[in-house]
Structure formats: structure tokens, C-alpha cells
Design a protein around this ligand. Structure first.
Ligand SMILES: Cc1ncc(COP(=O)(O)O)c(C=O)c1O
Length: 502
């Protein structure tokens, strides 16, 4: 017996009710695989409705895979794969993604996992975050930004809902060109490519020049995201040590004499992780060495805007007579990383080639966010925000350096005072012969830091840690430094204690 209890008064159309009822009967097992349904005529008679209503319902049940229909016979219930409920974390298919991944992708994944495991969770009750280079959300002008996004949508309308140019939103490119001019770089909008942040810009450049076995010179230590990326693209890196004044240029000169690198990657201003900014003479010599060797320089200006102590050194790009410098900039470190917006400033030929590459993988950058940011910049809010960041971080870094000096004696640690930015690179002195696991020690004392060895291919640096103040206010900084000093005093007190009794 086949009873479908339909409701003539329901707003749901009758054919839809038939579908839902039969589906339910099949899914609950009341109707089993192979069982026959009434013919359209029989069911229509039984229900007292038009045959076409039943026919429409059967058609849809057939297209959803619930029933089979053959001419001349009654529809029957089909063995249909059931809908899979949302998988638990353990759900795994039969494919081995480790084996399917390319060797370079496996390398990137291994690095990603290792880093994840070694990064302490940060939360409300977790350690104070001196590890991340994120932004302090308390300083962000959220309401102004929201108004600018709205205004951009109102001004440009559906143009923002289309694909944009692979080079990026022209007005924003023009704004950035003007900004680069303010930093001494004579760039035009044609020489600007909008990227999804500086890291994306670096990736695009590497993709542009990648070939197996090519060499890229990096500073040692260097930005940790770049090392696995180099390997992914098949480069071999040469690490040139950082000295007090920047990359060791004598070493670089020797490298350039014997090899022909495809690129030199450098962070001349507020180098990550050491915080070092190079001086004018260093910049000039670097340009001259690379110019003579015809090797392009990738200048990562990620914290260019954070020169809040006013000691202005112009970017390499501003003195780039030979046009060998590709400059990567970003809005991440002074406004917000969540926007994922940055840029490349380079020769137009280079920019056009990068735009073509970007189009091959992601077509074009997010137009709505670019237009919102442009509006934010055009109205002068970006300038105001940069000034606010300067005011705050001038105080915050001054406090950091004062408290470090006051609480950590030279016997425990050494550091160089940065000219701006967010980073302090601490060289820790172990008590006795054994070097502690610094990250664990400080985490146990409630401060998350990044251990120095993360910034080298060859690892090996167990004496440095990187402190970032980018998300912390003065009170939080004071508390973090108090905890660091306490951790250090613990191990140094143990040492003097041990010496006294040995
Ligand atoms: C040296 C360096 N370059 C670039 C970036 C990243 O910038 P973006 O968010 O623009 O990709 C960072 C972020 O920490 C960095 O440290």
C-alpha cells in the first residue's frame, strides 16, 4: 500500500510534496531498493490530482537518483549513494596526498607543520605574544575603513563586481606611485603591480625567474617564509651573514665573483629578524656590486612606513640608476594584514610580465578591497593612521628599549637598538655550557617568542630570539619584559648558585 499524505492547503506545491514524501520513504528504508512505485496514472488517481503533477515529481526523483524509470515499466527505487554527512577530523579517503604531492610541495608542507608545532598557542589566557608580526587591532580605524568600503561600492558600483585588471586597480596604483615618490622613489603607476601582500610579490618574482639550480642570495638570518619558497621553486640559496651594519658585502662580493645568482633578496630597512637598517654607504655599495654583476635585487620594504624615530634612509630603489631593483611593499605592517594588499615597484617590462604570471593563476586581485583601500588613502585616513602608528610605536619601542636595558644585564643578553619597526633581536647568553630551549623557557614564563634558528636554512643559531612588539601596548610590553627577565634571572641565579657550591 502506498499512502502519501498530501496537504492541499500547504503553500508547498503538490509535486514538491510528492517528492519530499517519497524521498523520506526511501531514506527511512520504508521503500527498499528494487521496490516498484505506482505508475503515474495509478498514483494520480489515488491522490486525485493531475497525472502531470505526479510525472513532474517522478522526473525530479529520477534526476536526483532516487528512482529508475524505463519505458513500459513502473519506476523502481534505485540503490543510491547516500549523502555523506560532514566528515569528522579523522575522515580520510583512499588517496595518499603525501605521495601525490610533488617533492617541493612536500617540503613546504613539512616546514608548515614543523612551524605550527613549534608555535605556542596564543589566546586570552595564553602567553603574551612577542612572536607574531601581526597588527594591534586596537589602533585600527575600523569605522573609517568601513565607511570607505561603503563609499567605494557606492562610487564604483557594479564595476567592482567584475574582474579587474591583473595589474590592479588603477587609482590605487596611482596612489601608491605617489607614496613611493614620497619615499624618494620616482615611480609611475605603470611601474606598480598590486599584489596580495609582499609575500605574494616575492613569490611572483621567484616564479618569474625560477629555473632548477639557479641561485638566490639571501641574508642570514632572513625572512622565514622565503626559505621554503626558494626550495619550492628549485632555487639553491646562498646565505650571506648579517653583520652589525647589514649583509656582509665582502662575502657578497666574493659570491658575485664566483657565481651568477639570479637574485639578491634583502631587507635593508628594519631587517626581519634582526631589526637592522643599513646605512647610506652600505646601500650604495650593494647597488654598485649588483649593478656591476647585472644581478637584480629584490628589496623587501615591508616596514618602510615604520620609520617613527625619524632616522630616514631612502630605499635602495630610490637610488636605482641601473634599474636593477624590484621593490616589494605592503599595507600589512602599518595598516592591516587581513587586507592582503601590497605591491611591486619595478620596471614596466618586469611589472607586465608579473601581471601576466599573476593572471595565469588568479586572474586579478580583489577589486572591492583595493577600491576600499584607495578610498581610505584618498581621503587622507591612511596618512593619519600612519601618524598614529608612529606616535604609538615611538613610545612603545622607547619603553621596550628602556625596560630591556633596565631589567636585563649584559651578562644575560645583548641586543642592538633598532631605528624603528617592531623587532628586537636578542642574543642570549646561556648560564654554563648547556643552552636552554629558549622558546620553551619563555613560554613557561608566559611569553611567546620566535627562536632565532627559524630564520636560517642551516639552523644552528641557538642563541638568538626575536621579540616583536607589533601587537602589544606599553603595559603588555612591560609585563612581557618582566617575565623574560624573571626567566633569565632563574637560570643565571642557578648558575651562580652552582658555582658557589662547586
Ligand atoms: C620580511 C617580511 N616581508 C614581508 C612580510 C609579509 O607581508 P605581507 O603580509 O604583505 O605578505 C613579512 C611579514 O611578516 C615580513 O616579515
Amino acid at each position: 500500500v502506498f499512502i502519501l499524505d498530501l496537504d492541499d492547503k500547504s503553500p508547498t506545491p503538490l509535486y514538491r510534496q510528492i517528492i519530499d514524501r517519497i524521498r523520506r520513504l526511501i531514506e527511512s528504508g520504508t521503500l527498499r531498493v528494487g521496490e516498484r512505485l505506482p505508475s503515474t496514472r495509478r498514483l494520480a488517481e489515488q491522490l486525485g490530482h493531475h497525472r502531470s503533477t505526479v510525472s513532474t515529481a517522478y522526473q525530479e526523483l529520477w534526476s536526483l537518483g532516487y528512482i529508475e524509470m524505463r519505458p513500459g515499466s513502473r519506476p523502481c527505487v534505485r540503490a543510491r549513494l547516500s549523502i555523506i554527512p560532514a566528515g569528522g577530523h579523522e575522515a580520510r579517503g583512499i588517496l595518499d596526498w603525501e605521495r601525490l604531492s610533488s617533492g617541493p610541495a612536500r617540503g613546504i608542507f613539512a616546514d608548515y607543520r614543523r612551524f605550527g608545532l613549534e608555535t605556542a598557542p596564543i589566546g586570552a589566557s595564553g602567553p603574551i605574544d612577542m612572536a607574531s608580526l601581526d597588527i594591534d587591532g586596537r589602533l585600527l580605524p575600523l569605522d573609517q575603513y568601513r565607511a570607505c568600503l561603503n563609499r567605494a561600492l557606492r562610487t564604483y558600483g557594479t564595476d567592482l563586481l567584475a574582474y579587474g585588471a591583473p595589474h590592479g586597480f588603477r587609482p590605487l596604483r596611482e596612489y601608491i606611485a605617489g607614496r613611493m615618490n614620497a619615499h624618494g622613489v620616482a615611480a609611475t603607476a605603470d611601474e606598480i603591480l598590486i599584489t596580495n601582500g609582499a609575500t605574494h610579490g616575492i613569490d611572483l618574482i621567484l616564479r618569474l625567474i625560477a629555473a632548477p639550480g639557479r641561485i638566490v642570495v639571501v641574508e642570514s638570518p632572513t625572512y622565514r617564509q622565503v626559505l621554503p619558497l626558494l626550495h619550492f621553486h628549485g632555487f639553491r640559496e646562498i646565505e650571506v651573514p648579517m653583520r652589525a651594519g647589514g649583509m656582509d658585502l665582502d662575502v657578497l662580493a666574493a659570491v658575485l665573483k664566483n657565481q651568477q645568482p639570479a637574485l639578491v633578496y634583502t631587507m635593508p630597512t628594519f631587517h626581519n629578524p634582526t631589526g637592522i637598517s643599513t646605512g647610506q654607504a652600505h646601500r650604495e655599495r650593494l647597488l654598485s656590486l649588483c649593478g656591476r654583476a647585472r644581478v637584480p635585487i629584490l628589496e623587501d620594504g615591508f616596514e618602510e612606513e615604520m620609520k617613527y624615530f625619524g632616522k630616514i634612509v631612502m630605499p635602495l630603489k630610490s637610488m636605482d640608476r641601473d634599474r636593477i631593483v624590484i621593490y616589494a611593499g605592503t599595507f600589512s605592517k602599518v595598516f592591516c594584514p587581513g587586507l592582503r594588499l601590497g605591491w611591486i615597484t619595478a620596471d614596466r617590462d618586469c611589472v607586465d610580465r608579473l601581471a601576466a604570471l599573476r593572471r595565469s593563476s588568479e586572474l586579478s586581485p580583489n577589486l572591492i578591497l583595493q577600491a576600499g583601500l584607495y578610498e581610505f588613502c584618498r581621503r587622507g585616513y591612511y596618512d593619519l593612521h600612519v601618524q598614529r602608528m608612529h606616535r604609538n610605536f615611538r613610545k612603545r619601542m622607547t619603553t621596550t628599549l628602556r625596560l630591556l636595558k633596565r631589567t636585563i644585564p649584559p651578562a644575560w643578553a645583548e641586543w642592538r637598538e633598532p631605528n624603528g619597526g617592531y623587532l628586537v633581536w636578542l642574543k642570549l647568553k646561556p648560564a654554563g655550557g648547556r643552552v636552554p630551549d629558549w622558546a620553551r623557557l619563555f613560554t613557561e614564563h608566559g611569553v611567546a617568542i620566535v627562536p632565532g634558528r627559524h630564520f636560517y636554512r642551516s639552523g644552528g643559531d641557538y642563541s638568538h630570539i626575536r621579540l616583536s612588539i607589533s601587537t602589544l601596548d606599553e603595559d603588555e610590553i612591560a609585563e612581557a619584559i618582566r617575565r623574560i627577565a624573571k626567566a633569565l634571572s632563574g637560570i643565571h641565579r642557578r648558575k651562580s648558585h652552582a658555582r658557589r657550591f662547586s
